[in-house]
Design a binder for this molecule. Structure first.
Ligand code: DGJ
Length: 710
């Protein structure tokens, strides 16, 4: 079949150091991405055509007569034997469409294609855009052009994976230990990470990375994708005989979750994808792109005090005003009242859904506390968990039908709570109304928006799977509150890092990285959360000397150094501090304030150190005139004294001065360390290649290395 007038093929998208070269299949015209990666420059039309031709494989025995190619919407009708781009049916029919290109448009950085199978009653749209960071934004949509309903099972964005990519890195985890890295070889087969929790989950992989074996933070070419979605998802790599490698990502749909009536359309969440030499280069594209989003916080991130690990549910005006006084004295700028302020909430067994101030705890409402906090010059933040409902609540008594369930009784209970059906317009209106009333009544600058359980059996009013609808309702709710309450900031929390994705980040200003604030655990959690999230959006708190979540004691230096390069907070009953602890904490907060312009705009760098006990992660200013590195000894080191550490990311030709900032806790080193005495000036290249010998520190201790161009 002839294809209509089109842009010149192959289509070459270029931006931010990335190229995407798109050819089309001979018979159907379906787009084929023949190359995605490092910028090809401007080779000219003929050379681009030559590259597209060079990518055509030879037909082989035991396969289809025409060589199988990976298209942008791979389907069985093209001979594709792997995971289909589109799956669904109409009463068991129309399940294997043969898509033909009907329209294509392209600009320098975007391309859009429409494909269709008239007989099957389906039209598909594919959209690609490269932003200035070189990050690819891709989306697929399907429309039911037939008359009878079409049940959609899967619609995926599929990208080709470079033949060099044969090692996969993803993250997994659990409550209090999110984003732990795991590696595996990309052998033949599908390697898929799924989320069926109604949110990405603690074990979700932030980025799905595949690259040259052994790729690290600083080198090794790597490609990564991310599903910009806060619900169920599937993201994976696939390798098939025949030299076919792909990355794909899709919303994971439950049976019957999406039924398209005549003319109805479904779109995938946006899939984000980047390449880089080393993970830091990949992360830099995500960070740059997130920083360019509308509504990215433009002010320096206020140092926060969160009341949770200070008082838990013991909310008392006197205690909280004292806490606010101490917080203001040490330089805190935002006071966040955590869980426990609303109707009857004394522990986690009741009251979610009853978003009115508890009259017994707060006879005069929150005004006395807020006035006090604001009088100290601090912003005021309030904890909420709007998507949840406690069976023991007035809301559940009035509207038991608003609890998500499938009709077989309540889903398994988790943290004594159930999930509200926010896709029900009446429930949405009630929750929006309650939050809106709070925001109108009180001068609230910030909401800590929590989400403390997985969605299990999330059936809506008619019992159908409703995850997709509650996630889109959540997005609508956040968008509406932000539009109506200009300047309101929102933190996304899900028992810590259970819901960290670019979809929620589009609408929030900070993520609560983990409920674990033990710095030994946090070092890894923050490092891998940082593949997606830049430092200024990553909540990082200094907690008590003995971490509540692990029982491990660490020095204040260690806790501060690990928290310092994020969005800093304090989560500790600071009424109990000794004067010297208070002075030391205030000093770290002062230092953070000096560093935060750097944190907000800088490039995150990580050192690939051989000894797993050593940790080095930093941020370098865009002009590379300054940098700060958190250096920590997480366990006993192999070498004693430790080997040199190299400082990545600096300007090779600039001369730098180094400052080694640590606390009063000494390491066991005996004699002097020459470079630490007096002025030490050294080239960026020398710091990158030779590095410096760090002083000996005890396990569980740390230092901040500040580097400034001389
Ligand atoms: C889980 C959060 O991650 C904590 O920080 C705290 O807000 C509690 N929920 C409150 O219930």
């Amino acid at each position: 079949m002839a294809t209509p007038a089109m842009p010149h093929w192959p289509i070459h998208l270029r931006a931010g150091g990335t190229s995407l070269l798109i050819d089309r299949a001979d018979e159907t015209g379906v787009p084929i991405i023949v190359y995605w990666g490092e910028d090809l420059g401007d080779p000219g039309r003929e050379n681009l055509a030559a590259q597209a031709r060079a990518a055509i494989p030879q037909p082989v025995t035991g396969s289809t007569d025409a060589a199988v190619r990976l298209t942008a919407m791979p389907m069985e009708a093209d001979g594709w034997p792997g995971s289909p781009g589109l799956a669904g049916h109409r009463d068991g029919r129309d399940w294997s469409p043969r898509l033909i290109l009907t329209e294509a448009t392209a600009t320098a950085g975007t391309a859009r294609f429409t494909l269709g199978d008239e007989a099957a009653g389906l039209a598909v749209r594919l959209e690609y855009g490269l932003d200035q960071a070189g990050l690819l934004h891709a989306r697929a949509s399907v429309t039911n052009t037939g008359e009878r309903p079409y049940l959609l099972d899967r619609l995926a964005v599929t990208l080709p994976l470079d033949p060099a990519a044969s090692e996969i890195l993803t993250t997994t985890g659990r409550h209090l230990r999110e984003r732990q890295p795991q590696r595996e070889p990309l052998t033949v087969g599908a390697h898929v990470r799924e989320s069926r929790r109604g949110r990405p989950g603690f074990d979700a992989t932030g980025l799905y990375c595949a690259g040259r074996p052994g790729f690290g933070f600083r080198d090794g070419r790597v490609w990564a994708i991310h599903l910009s979605w806060s619900g169920n998802g599937t993201i994976g790599a696939e390798r098939l005989p025949g030299g076919l490698r792909a990355l794909h990502a899709a919303e994971l749909l439950s049976p019957g979750e999406i039924t398209l009536g005549a003319g109805q359309e479904y779109s995938t969440p946006t899939v984000l994808a980047a390449w880089g030499d080393g993970l830091d280069a990949v992360a830099a594209r995500f960070h740059r792109s997130l920083r360019a989003r509308a509504g990215h916080p433009s002010s320096q991130r206020p140092v926060t005090l969160n009341t949770w690990e200070a008082v838990y549910f013991a909310q008392d005006l006197d205690a909280l005003t004292q806490l606010a006084d101490r917080a203001a004295a040490i330089g805190v700028e935002r006071f966040v009242l955590d869980d426990g302020w609303f109707l009857g909430r004394r522990d986690d067994t009741s009251s979610l859904g009853d978003w009115v101030v508890d009259p017994q705890l707060w006879p005069d409402g929150l005004t006395p506390l807020i006035d006090h906090v604001k009088g100290l010059g601090l912003q005021f933040g309030l904890w909420v968990e709007p998507e949840m409902i406690s069976p023991r609540s007035e809301l559940a008594r009035a509207h038991p039908e608003w609890i998500l369930h499938t009709g077989t009784g309540l889903p398994p209970s988790a943290r004594n709570q159930q999930v509200l059906d926010l896709s029900n317009p009446a429930a949405f209106t009630a929750i929006h109304g309650a939050l809106d009333a709070l925001l109108r009544r009180y001068p609230i600058d910030y909401l800590k928006w929590d989400h403390n359980r997985d969605l299990l059996q999330p059936g809506g009013a008619d019992g159908r799977a409703a995850t997709h609808d509650v996630v889109t309702a959540l997005y609508r709710l956040l968008d509406r509150l932000r539009a109506d309450h200009r300047g309101l900031e929102i933190e996304s929390c899900a028992s810590g890092g259970g819901r960290i994705d670019a979809g929620i980040l589009e609408r929030t200003d900070r993520v609560w990285t983990s409920d674990c604030i033990d710095p030994i655990e946090r070092a890894t959690i923050q490092r891998y959360t940082g593949l997606l999230v830049p430092g200024e959006l990553m909540g990082a708190h200094i907690g008590a000397d003995v971490a509540h979540s692990t029982g491990r004691a660490t020095s204040l230096t260690m806790r501060a150094v690990i928290a310092l390069l994020g969005h800093l907070g304090v989560e500790w009953d600071i009424r109990t501090l000794t004067p010297s602890e208070e002075r030391e904490l205030a000093g770290w907060i002062r230092l953070h304030k000096e560093l935060r312009p750097l944190i907000r705009t800088g490039t995150t760098v990580n050192a690939d150190l051989d000894d797993p006990a050593l940790f080095l992660r930093g941020v370098v200013s865009p002009d590379r005139s300054e940098a700060a590195y958190s250096y920590a000894v997480l366990a006993s080191t192999q070498a004693y004294p430790p080997e040199s550490i190299r400082l990545p990311g600096l300007d090779d030709d600039a001369v730098y001065e180094l400052e080694w900032l640590t606390g009063p806790d000494d390491g066991p080193g005996l004699g002097p360390l020459p470079w630490l005495d007096g002025d030490h000036r050294i080239l960026g290249r020398q710091l990158r290649l030779g590095g410096v010998r760090p002083p000996v520190l005890n396990p569980g201790n740390a230092a901040l290395i500040r580097v400034t161009a001389a």
